[in-house]
Design a protein around this ligand. Structure first.
Ligand SMILES: [Zn+2]
Length: 323
């Protein structure tokens, strides 16, 4: 597929962080001043997680009130519609926006209002994933999850665990996600991005339908077989993974291995603005560097429909794009 054909292809994105994906126009409007692209996006030769994380400072400031949260939901769907994303799952950590006057329920509602408005104006279907954070206590995370659970099926589609994986292994969150499972809330978990294979094994064991990144599964046939048997979705984010050094060099990136093994690989941006990317660019990148064929791109879109946390009627509509 040419770049034009990749833009035209109806696309699905399952791993996209709200704060890392706000457009420069939106950030400028919210901050009331011009912002340089390099304040928001890492340089092409970014190889450090520290540089990567710095770029979240400004966007976070834009989503500390309801107007910002609503505008952010709308803004991300607008960006996605420009490259024909037809269904997106967008994730964010509600507790980051909490203040004395603004609690979790109103935070989630504000983002959902923006997403609903975006869906209406741009025709992009969506699901909202609420992220528990690794550095937050179980108690805080559980409070957020209980609130988010109230919106499940009404905009919220799943939960996630995000944050510093290397410092906080998955084993510390088994109780939390056993409880999420008991509540009937589906979840994906960041695992094997900058942490080890055990985090992926634990994530699958506790009931994650998908894992974010999953890079540490590379070369681990036992774990790959487990993920195959469970039908675990793998949310790969190639350009972000290069920038944060989830692999030490481009050759080590396991997308070819995972596809050949038959894993349910999906391609995602992670953070559109911070990583200076979009889904078209990600697909171009894997075509060029890993010899990913057109049929494999379609397979990955079908995988995304398969493992999406969407209602059946939405999935039925999405399948039709790839028949
Ligand atoms: Zn992520």
């Amino acid at each position: 597929m040419t770049k034009e054909q990749l833009i035209e292809l109806p696309k699905i994105e399952l791993h996209c962080h709200l704060d890392g994906s706000l457009s420069r126009e939106f950030v400028e409007k919210r901050l009331g001043r011009p912002v340089k692209q390099e304040e928001l996006s890492v340089s092409d030769d970014c190889t450090s997680l520290a540089e990567y994380l710095e770029k979240f400072d400004l966007p976070i400031k834009c989503i500390m009130d309801e107007e910002g949260l609503e505008g952010a939901g709308y803004d991300v769907l607008r960006s996605m519609s420009r490259e024909n994303v037809c269904y997106a799952e967008i994730r964010f950590a509600p507790l980051f926006s909490e203040t004395e006057d603004l609690k979790c329920d109103r935070i989630i509602e504000a983002v959902l209002r923006g997403l609903e408005r975006g869906k209406k104006d741009f025709g992009v279907d969506f699901g909202l994933i609420t992220c528990a954070m690794r550095h937050h206590s179980d108690e805080e995370n559980m409070r957020m999850i209980h609130t988010a659970r109230e919106y499940l099926g009404n905009g919220v589609c799943a939960a996630d665990l995000a944050g510093a994986e290397a410092a906080y292994p998955m084993s510390e969150f088994m109780n939390l996600f056993s409880e999420v499972k008991r509540l009937g809330m589906p979840f994906t978990l960041h695992a094997g991005e900058c942490g080890n294979a055990q985090n992926i094994a634990d994530a699958i064991a506790v009931g994650a339908a998908r894992v974010g990144h999953g890079i540490a599964m590379r070369g681990n046939s036992d774990l790959i077989n487990t993920a195959l048997a469970k039908g675990t979705g793998i949310e790969m984010c190639p350009i972000s993974n290069m920038q944060t050094k989830a692999v030490s060099n481009m050759k080590e990136y396991p997308i070819r291995e995972f596809l050949d093994a038959g894993l349910k690989v999906t391609i995602n941006t992670d953070n559109r603005t911070v990583s200076n990317t979009d889904l078209t660019k990600e697909l171009g990148f894997i075509q060029e560097n890993y010899g990913i064929a057109d049929e494999e791109i379609i397979t990955m879109m079908k995988n995304a429909v398969d493992v999406a946390f969407a209602e059946d009627d939405v999935k039925e509509r999405l399948w039709k794009y790839y028949e």
